[in-house]
Ligand binder design. Sequence first.
Ligand code: 6PG
Length: 220
Amino acid sequence: MHINVFPDADSLAAEVARQVIVDCEQAIAERGVFHWVLAGGNTPKKCYALLRDAELDWSRVYVWFGDERCLSIGDAERNDVMADAALLSHVSVPPAQIHRIPAELGPEDAAETYASLLADAPPMDLILLGMGEDGHTASLFPGNPALVDERLAVPVSAAPKPPPKRISMGYSVLNRGRKRIVMVAGESKRDALLRIRQGERLPVARLAVCEWYVDEAVSG
Ligand code: 6PG
């Protein structure tokens, strides 16, 4: 594990934002496009907001979501609503290049729809992920059947973090990505990170190699 430790959540967000810019410019230079997977939850908000003023060629950016909560379109608790407010409504990514998970369809139908999109997609250039207090990432939770579902997008039920019904990118997509960054901040995550460093294969630890960006409250 390569862990980058920062004094606080703000400095962590600033460094990840800088890294997104570097990776975006490199992907566009090499392949003409940047396929970027956004993380949900609260941790990435600061990073996304810092990217509002980034001088990137947003017309070449393709946005995907690592997971989505099965809530109505526009529900404030949806990850795409958070991403819109924090970043996407402030930059000029063509709407057709923002691939929202149609979670309003319910887990099975949404997963099938998203998987068909992912089947035609190249490897993601950068995948941003968070981690929960139980070591979940995206919507892949400990002991959940979704962990062993090999589909590109997997339906999730009985998630312990509300809402219970979700859709997640599966490990096959997450691990095919060229690069993964896991952003973790706050003392509440410290135990999970310790368990992972002691070798426990919590869901986030089953990912291919990741760059970890954590604050001191987590690393202890
Ligand atoms: C979600 C996220 C989830 C999140 C972690 C961390 O839908 O909730 O995809 O995986 O990244 O739970 O959430 P916080 O950043 O809010 O602590």
